[in-house]
Design a protein around this ligand. Structure first.
Ligand SMILES: Nc1ncnc2c1ncn2[C@@H]1O[C@H](COP(=O)(O)OP(=O)(O)O)[C@@H](O)[C@H]1O
Ligand SMILES: [Mg+2]
Length: 283
C-alpha cells in the first residue's frame, strides 16, 4: 500500500479529462438502429458520474467510444461530436482506462504481474515506476498473490480485480468502468469501489462508472446520468432504480411515501426521462 500512497496525480502528470458529447450518436456495423442517439453530455474534469440505463441503452457503446476503441469499421456510422479534452477520443486513448464488462476478455497475459503491468508498459512508463505501481495496484484491489501467479487460476471476481488493478496502474485521467463489480460478493463490491475512490482522491481523475446497483455508488459520485431510449417504459425503469436507491428524482413521488396508497405512479404522470437525459443533477 505504501508505494501506492506515495503516488499522486500531480507528480505523475495525471490530467483529469473533460468529456463532451454534442448530438453524438453511434450505429454499430450491421445494425439498422443507432445504439446511442443524439446524446448531449458534458462532464467536467474530476467529475465522478454514475451512468445508468436499461440493458441495450448504449452504456457500453458510450464507454468504448470514450476510450477511443470503437472501430469505425465497415458500415458503422458516427453522428454529432464526441470529444475527450477537446479531441477525438482515439487521440486521447492513452489517457483513458477502460475496464470492460467481461473480465475474461480483459485478461491478456498469463502471469498476474505482467498482466497488470501491460497497460502501463504500453504507455512507456519507466520500468521501476511500473513495478511500483503494479504492487500498489494489486494491493489496492485486494489481490494477494505472487506476481507470477497464473491468471488462468483466477476466479471471475478475481479477474475483475485484476482488470481494475491494470487500469489503476495506468493512472488514467479518464477512468471508465463497465459494471466493475458484477462478479463480486457484497464485501468485494465495497472493497473494489473503495479502491477506485482512493485512486480518484489521489489523482483527481474523471470517472464514468456503469453499474446497476445504484446504492453502491450513489454516495461517492457527483452526478447520475441516465441513458434511456425515449419511450416511457424505460424512463419508468430508470426512475424506479433511482428511487429505490433513495435518490430524489424531480417530478417523481417516491414509492416509499405513496400518496393515497398509490402504486408509485406520480400524480398526473410525470414526463419521461428524455433520451440521453441527465435526470440527476448534482447530488
Ligand atoms: N459490436 C457491436 N455490433 C453490433 N451491435 C452492437 C455491438 N455492441 C452493441 N451493439 C448493440 O448496440 C446496442 C447497445 O448495446 P450496449 O452499448 O452494449 O448497451 P448496454 O451496455 O447499455 O447494455 C444494443 O442493441 C446492442 O445489441
Ligand atoms: Mg453494457
Amino acid at each position: 500500500m505504501a508505494s501506492y500512497d506515495d503516488d499522486d496525480g500531480a507528480r505523475h502528470g495525471v490530467r483529469a479529462a473533460a468529456v463532451s458529447a454534442k448530438g453524438w450518436g453511434w450505429r454499430h456495423s450491421g445494425r439498422a438502429a443507432q445504439a446511442v442517439h443524439d446524446l448531449e453530455l458534458e462532464i467536467a474534469p474530476g467529475e465522478r458520474v454514475l451512468l445508468l440505463g436499461p440493458s441495450g441503452a448504449g452504456k457500453s457503446t458510450l464507454l468504448h467510444a470514450l476510450a477511443g476503441v470503437l472501430g469505425a469499421d465497415q458500415d458503422a456510422a458516427e453522428s454529432g461530436l464526441l470529444t475527450v479534452d477537446g479531441e477525438h477520443p482515439a487521440a486521447r486513448r492513452g489517457h483513458a482506462g477502460l475496464m470492460q464488462q467481461d473480465p475474461e476478455a480483459q485478461v491478456v497475459l498469463s502471469r498476474i504481474g505482467d498482466d497488470v503491468a501491460f497497460g502501463a508498459e504500453n504507455l512507456a512508463v519507466d520500468r521501476d515506476e511500473i513495478w511500483r505501481r503494479v504492487g500498489g495496484a494489486l494491493d489496492a484491489v485486494g489481490l494477494d498473490f505472487p506476481l507470477d501467479h497464473p491468471t488462468s487460476a483466477l476466479s471471475g471476481g478475481q479477474k475483475q480485480r485484476l482488470g481494475l488493478a491494470g487500469i489503476l496502474a495506468m493512472q488514467p485521467g479518464l477512468l471508465l468502468l463497465d459494471e466493475p463489480t458484477a462478479n463480486l460478493d457484497p464485501a468485494g463490491v465495497l472493497e473494489v469501489r473503495d479502491a477506485v475512490i482512493r485512486m480518484l482522491d489521489r489523482t483527481g481523475a474523471t470517472m464514468v462508472v456503469v453499474e446497476h446497483r445504484v446504492a453502491v455508488w450513489v454516495d461517492v459520485v457527483d452526478r447520475i446520468v441516465v441513458l434511456a431510449p425515449g419511450d416511457r417504459g424505460h424512463g419508468a425503469q430508470a426512475r424506479r432504480m433511482l428511487t429505490e436507491a433513495g435518490v430524489w428524482v424531480p417530478g417523481y413521488l417516491p414509492a416509499t411515501r405513496p400518496r393515497d396508497g398509490g402504486s408509485g405512479t406520480p400524480p398526473g404522470g410525470s414526463p419521461g426521462i428524455p433520451p440521453g437525459g441527465d435526470v440527476g443533477g448534482s447530488i
